[in-house]
Design a protein around this ligand. Structure first.
Ligand code: SAM
Length: 228
């Protein structure tokens, strides 16, 4: 039984593609994707020995060693240019995800779709996509076991940039703002409460830094309040 989070990621894998799952850990995602007919083959990339071993064991146990190649390496180093058409990177922070994409830019040649699931810092991923001509085509937000996850799906753009995304869209997600489901409202209500607490604590602060932080949080709070 795959988590709802990874099932959501898998649901965006184009049928019949060749997949690379980077930071695959137990390789549940590529195994599930193959067994459900999403992919014709996959690469499970891992940088750490423990997770690499558990990926190897899972692939072997599932009898999928002929279609899923488990490879050790940092980020996109485990793939060749034009080897895969879809990449999934799930369960990491937004900064780590964009660092992996930046470091492996030449490996993105031939890749048609990125499915990214940042645990935190989704806005960092959205900005990276915008700046590197990857068009965000859809997004999901969901709650599982008391945690809220965002899934971003992007396809290679045509190089044209007809618009600059607004700060509020980068932060909240242009598709998620429109939908405003329960998980979305819960996430931002919690964030705003946190910001309000910090603003309150900074009320009597006198340093320049504290004042700047208070003003920045007040501005962000107003921006999110208006969007909700
Ligand atoms: N993708 C799985 C999921 O969503 O359930 C596993 C997520 S786990 C929290 C993050 C995994 O990413 C770890 O197994 C870690 O070793 C791996 N990882 C971190 N940085 C990496 C990198 N630069 N290249 C490859 N794997 C990396």
């Amino acid at each position: 039984q795959l988590s709802k989070r990874l099932e959501t990621v898998a649901s965006f894998i184009p049928k019949g593609c060749m997949l690379a799952d980077i930071g695959s850990d137990h390789a549940y995602l590529p195994c599930y994707a193959y067994l459900h007919g999403y992919v014709k083959g996959a690469i499970a990339g891992e940088v750490a020995d423990g997770p690499l071993r558990s990926a190897q064991e899972q692939v072997k146990k599932s009898g999928l060693a002929h279609v899923i190649s488990v490879r050790k390496g940092d980020g996109l180093q485990v793939i060749e240019p034009n080897e895969v058409d879809c990449i999934t990177i799930a369960g990491m922070g937004g900064t780590l995800i964009t660092n992996i994409l930046d470091a492996g830019k030449e490996k993105l040649i031939g890749v048609k779709r990125l499915i990214l699931q940042p645990n935190v810092g989704a806005h960092i991923v959205r900005r990276w996509l915008l700046e590197h001509d990857w068009e965000l085509i859809t997004e999901r937000i969901l709650e599982e076991d008391g945690r809220i996850y965002e899934v971003l799906v992007a396809e290679k753009g045509d190089g044209k940039k007809p618009y600059e995304q607004l700060e509020v869209e980068l932060l909240l997600g242009p598709f998620l703002i429109k939908e405003q489901n329960e998980a979305f409202r819960k996430k931002w209500t919690m964030e705003m409460n946190q910001w309000r607490k910090i603003i309150e604590q900074l009320k009597h602060a006198t340093t320049k830094e504290a004042d700047e932080k208070k003003r920045e949080l007040t501005r962000k709070l107003k921006m999110v309040e208006e969007a909700l």
